[in-house]
Design a protein around this ligand. Structure first.
Ligand code: GTP
Ligand code: MG
Length: 632
């Protein structure tokens, strides 16, 4: 069964609550004070079923709002989740201040459908009713409620006149309401909290997206608390689940009524983060008292929440009336908001509605808004374009599915399917968990290839650059860097062997006998430890000529496999590492060491001991003090 939520709107005493009662039989004024004073103070709720033109059953949830100017903030908490509005204008009073203010709000939050209801038709003569109708039509011109697109229906809640027309108009409009997104992540802005004896904590709200099941765990925003759904009611009836677009009541375990309040939101756990910085597009009303200055402080309302906000205008010092600007909002209290969410701003004093707009981004990456003008696509592009733009803005750092879910409120599987063709087409690259635009890889390629070229030019005898060294040079993240290396390798632009990277065919390439000789030299020195052979003896034992042998030794020295500590003496890296370990161990026994002890410790002759100790001095492993050495 299709469910939609209908809100009332209009000036105080114009007959909104009476209209809802005449339609549904339910008195939405539930507070004692409301009944006593005869006015609505807080939101009221009612429901009914209706047949659509095609014969399908329709479930209508009503949110009845107060018209009093002092309770506009309550009206704002109710109007956020509605699909359809009944703009109520009393025939005997016509357009009044809160008719205008409510109507402005409806337009700013992007309500798309509705019906204008002229109430109290019984209280006026035919002529007055006609005048009221003309005034209403004039008032609605150019808006979403302009007739004949949206009808104007005259009724009397007292006599029941006009209600058949009204129901027909509601059914026709409801048929046009697009289904809400039940597949997205669930979000439920709380509009009421109470506790029921023997039942516990209950919250109500309009589920704006997704589905909530019985026994599901949810997270409360912004507090972060966890709650469990003990029971679900939809339009007053027990249910296994609630779906987007339904008036929903949840019986919650794990929270006391005192921990929850209107303005908080429920959503799946570990998925979202509450935001306090929003990039938005903002419209200032033509009827705002004055232009909006940069750095103004205002009341901010979205969904059922309200807080204070500072407005940082994008590139202008003030926003004129009836214009649209980009801005960054800094909220006093964080809230769970997503791109596409609408909001209203009201000035501090006197408190009147001055504008509103649409959230473009609730997870800005740059410190300034200005670089992000193209964020508009984040709220209004098609899904694939939105995702690509979100990946592109992180450029070579990339992003991942978890972050994209947080930024959009879409499920992982949906995001994956929307990205599939961009990935297949090569515009988006998936490297492990990281997603990035191909242009980011291209930019990296343009850095890496010249960097390698330069390395080879400077180091003609080295077989390649160390991977990590190259990565640090380019400033790329690890995953992204690995991805570009793999690509370049596939394209045969580079060769990767172990930790070394080189341009294809570059670096030192050895013939078999040279490679064999290189290994022989290395092995000879490694095996000798500190009692190294004379270099010329090692060279003499090779199958290659002296010049080539010398070249290989130079190579080993550059690769730091061998270290030359004097003209005569060359050691293998492992031998010197072992020596450092021995010295560290020796330091435990005694802070100083003399030549004799050193010889004993290492088993080398004086011929080797002196150059080795001098080497250790240079390396700041030891410091010479008189005839002995202090181990550092
Ligand atoms: N004669 C007549 N009186 C009506 C009609 N509808 C409402 N009234 C009366 O108008 C008064 C205000 O009606 P409500 O329905 O409470 O008005 P409201 O718009 O809900 O007012 P707030 O919620 O305070 O903004 C009540 O005394 C109603 O009995 C109608 O169609 N005909
Ligand atoms: Mg009322």
């Amino acid at each position: 069964m299709k469910s939609i939520v209908i809100g009332t709107a209009g000036h105080i005493d114009h007959g909104k609550t009476a209209l809802v009662k005449a339609l549904t039989g339910i008195d939405a004024d539930r507070l004692e004070e409301e009944k006593r004073r005869g006015i609505t103070i807080d939101l009221g709720f009612a429901h009914m079923d209706l047949k659509m033109p095609d014969g399908q059953e329709l479930r209508l949830g009503f949110v009845d709002v107060p018209g009093h100017e002092r309770f506009v903030r309550n009206m704002l908490a109710g109007v956020g989740g509605i699909d359809l509005v009944l703009l109520v204008i009393a025939a005997d009073e016509s357009i009044k201040p809160q008719t205008r203010e409510h109507f402005d709000i409806l337009q700013l939050i992007g309500v798309k459908r509705g019906i204008t209801v002229l109430t109290k038709a019984d209280a006026v003569d035919e002529e007055t009713l006609d005048v009221a109708r003309l005034e209403a039509e004039e008032f609605l011109r150019g808006s979403f409620l302009e007739p004949p697109r949206a009808p104007v229906v005259a009724v009397s809640s007292k006599t029941g006149a006009g209600f058949e027309d009204l129901k027909r108009a509601i059914a026709a409009a409801a048929a046009e309401v697009p289904a809400r997104d039940t597949e997205a992540m669930a979000r439920l802005p709380i509009d009421r909290v109470f506790s029921m004896k023997g039942f516990g904590t209950v919250i109500t709200g309009t589920l704006i997206s997704g589905t909530i099941h019985k026994d599901e765990e949810l997270q409360v925003f912004p507090s972060g608390d966890r709650v469990r759904v003990r029971g679900v009611q939809v339009h007053g009836q027990e249910s296994e689940k609630a779906a987007a677009g339904q008036r929903t009541a949840l019986n919650l375990a794990g929270a006391r009524a005192g921990d929850l309040a209107r303005g908080m939101s429920l959503a799946p756990p570990d998925t979202f983060a509450a935001a306090s910085t929003l990039d938005v597009r903002l419209r200032l009303l033509a009827g705002a008292p004055r232009a909006l200055k940069d750095r103004s402080h205002v009341h901010f309302h979205a969904g059922t929440m309200e807080t204070a906000a500072e407005i940082v205008l994008d590139g202008v010092t003030e926003a004129a009336r009836a214009t649209e600007v980009f801005a960054r909002l800094k909220l006093a209290d964080p809230a769970l908001l997503l791109p596409g969410d609408r909001f209203i701003i009201r000035q501090f004093s006197p408190v009147v509605t001055i504008g509103g707009g649409i959230v473009l981004d609730a997870r800005p990456v740059s410190r300034t808004f200005r670089q992000n003008r193209d964020l508009e696509i984040f709220a209004e592009g098609d899904s694939a374009a939105i995702l690509q733009a979100r990946i592109a803005r992180r450029f070579d750092k990339g992003t991942d599915l978890t972050e994209l879910v947080k930024e959009t409120g879409w499920t992982r599987s949906r995001i994956e399917s929307w990205l599939a063709s961009a990935i297949a087409g090569g515009e988006i690259i998936r490297a492990g968990e990281t997603l990035l635009v191909s242009s980011a890889l291209e930019a990296l390629r343009k850095q890496i290839l010249p960097a390698l070229e330069e390395f080879h030019r400077r180091n003609p005898l080295v077989s390649g650059i160390n991977k990590e060294e190259l990565r640090v040079q380019t400033g790329a993240g690890g995953v992204v860097f690995q991805a570009i290396l793999e690509r370049l390798e596939q394209e045969k632009k580079i060769e990767v062997s172990g930790e070394l990277v080189r341009l294809t065919g570059r670096g030192v390439v050895m013939k078999d006998e040279e490679a064999e000789s290189k290994k022989k030299i290395e092995d000879a020195f490694a095996a000798a430890a500190l009692r190294v052979p004379a270099l010329h003896e090692v060279i003499a034992g090779l199958r290659i000529d002296k010049v080539r042998a010398q070249k290989i030794v130079t190579l080993l020295l550059r690769e730091k496999v061998l270290t030359k500590i004097s003209d005569e003496l060359v050691f293998h890296r492992s031998a010197l590492e072992e020596l450092r370990r021995q010295m560290a161990a020796q330091k435990e026994k005694s802070p100083t060491i003399d030549v004799a002890t050193f010889k004993e410790l290492t088993g080398v002759s004086r011929k080797y001991a002196i150059p080795l100790l001098e080497y250790l001095d240079r390396e700041r492993v030891t410091r010479r003090v008189g005839d002995a050495r202090q181990i550092l």
